[in-house]
Design a protein. Structure first.
Length: 274
């Protein structure tokens, strides 16, 4: 759903050419995607964008061949004879609806304009447990908000991120700042590429939720006995009346604070017992 993280008028629809396969699958409804399944307007915008930009159809077919049937159907349904202004309107409408994915392609914009990164204090993570000399996994690292904070204390941090543009951004920062204890890699919470009992701490933010029981089980698998699983949200202005029931039922402790912009922010942690 839209997050108001960007002004879509400032972005090119060719941004789609920078998208990783997992994002393309989301946009075309090959995953559990409410926008695609529930919004005729979204599908109309996407159909117009594909129909009037053959290069995007080519990219979809090359990068995400399993999407071919859906791409063809959307193109067939798109109205013909639209003006350039109408097409641009559809581009902006689509990008407004998928701004979360658009901003993943521009990490510097993400760091500067997304409040959950821009307004966040690393002590919100480091105060949860002692990271000193620990081996840490960060799943769904994004631009590395949690990973870089942990790297200031930990022996080694593995930052797992499925979006190549974000991985490149983290690697550039590692090289620029001479960080020697952080490794960036591809990976998702559904398929963590490590053996059991590898980490002292496994952490994430804005990741657990699509299938929290399975995702927490994956995190638990790779954490040593006595280690910690942490879910540490960033800052925003959302009012949340209570903590997440699924995490409380899974045995997590939580802390609450009010963000700089007035939102309710919850942090969760759990010590693993095996």
């Amino acid at each position: 759903m839209p997050s108001d993280w960007i002004n879509a008028k400032n972005f090119s629809i060719n941004s789609i050419l920078l998208m990783a396969r997992w994002i393309l699958r989301q946009l075309i409804g090959l995953e559990d995607t409410p926008l695609y399944d529930e919004s005729p307007q979204y599908r109309r915008y996407l159909g117009i964008v594909l129909a009037y930009h053959p290069i995007l159809c080519w990219y979809y077919g090359t990068r995400c061949p399993e999407s071919a049937e859906r791409v063809d159907a959307l193109v067939r349904e798109a109205p013909s004879g639209l003006s350039s202004d109408d097409v641009r309107g559809a581009e902006i409408g689509l990008m407004d609806m998928i701004d979360t994915f658009i901003v993943y392609l521009y990490p510097k914009v993400m760091d500067a304009d997304c409040p959950y990164i821009r307004d966040w204090d690393p002590e919100r993570l480091l105060s949860i447990t002692d990271f000193t000399d620990k081996v840490v996994l960060d799943v769904g690292s994004g631009t590395g908000r949690l990973a870089f904070a942990a790297a200031s204390k930990a022996r080694r941090v593995y930052a797992s991120e499925p979006t190549d543009r974000l991985r490149e951004h983290m690697r550039d920062r590692i090289a620029r700042e001479g960080i020697r204890n952080m490794v960036v890699m591809d990976g998702t919470i559904e398929a963590i590429p490590f053996e059991d009992n590898t980490f002292d701490i496994a952490m994430s933010a804005h990741v657990v939720g699509r299938n929290s029981e399975r995702e927490i089980a994956n995190l638990t698998r790779v954490v040593k006995n006595g280690g910690y699983i942490i879910d540490c949200m960033g800052e925003d202005d959302r009012k949340r009346p209570k903590p997440r029931e699924d995490l409380l039922e899974a045995g997590f402790t939580y802390g609450h604070y009010v963000s700089k912009t007035g939102g309710d922010v919850y942090r969760y942690w759990k010590q693993v017992k095996k």
